[in-house]
Write a protein that binds this ligand. Sequence first.
Ligand code: DX5
Ligand code: ZN
Length: 216
Amino acid sequence: MIVAPSLLASNFLHLEAEARMLNESEADWFHLDVMDGRFVNNISFGLPVIQQIRKATNKLLDVHLMIEEPEKYTEAFAKAGADILTVHFEACRHLHRNIQQIRELGMVPGVAINPHTPVQFLQDILHEVDLVLIMSVNPGFGGQQFIPHTYQKIKTLRHRIDQLGLQVKIEIDGGVDLSNAKTLQDAGANVLVAGSAVFHAPDPKQVISSLKHCTD
Ligand code: DX5
Ligand code: ZN
């Protein structure tokens, strides 16, 4: 299991220390949530913050864009140091082109879907992406409750990916914690994003380790 702690739940006043903690942990990726106040009703952080985080870690930067017209910023996120760039299905009029653009700029492309978007809508883009991020809460805020219908979506998508013989990873984002990690793994998830479950815990490194090995 790949574990990607979401820095949205970290202490922004101590980002360097939070990055150091993640560097010392079993976390695989840093999950960075960029929000524009248009695609979602929240504004988080953007390019200058990501540039600084880039200097603080060698781990992969998994950038989740919750913004309209992400194609306008693809190059800027590549320059800022993003390794994985995930755009929302619902925000892209020309998703196929956007995905190609991400790959041409040397990043790993991902597509994210909101809770209301069927996984079947990804049928014609699955061959082009390395990652599908299934939102298990409505995007915009950390600390929300996991939507159980997500399990069915993971199973359906995993079945389709295997059927096609593809290596696409399934990443789950929102309300992930030690109580659902194992069930998510069994359903076919490869990547777990966790914000509150990690950063609001007394021992974040221990939670990361438990998520990684799906134990509690
Ligand atoms: C929400 C973000 C998530 C968020 C998850 O829109 O995409 O990455 O940080 O936070 P938790 O794990 O607290 O639900
Ligand atoms: Zn996210």
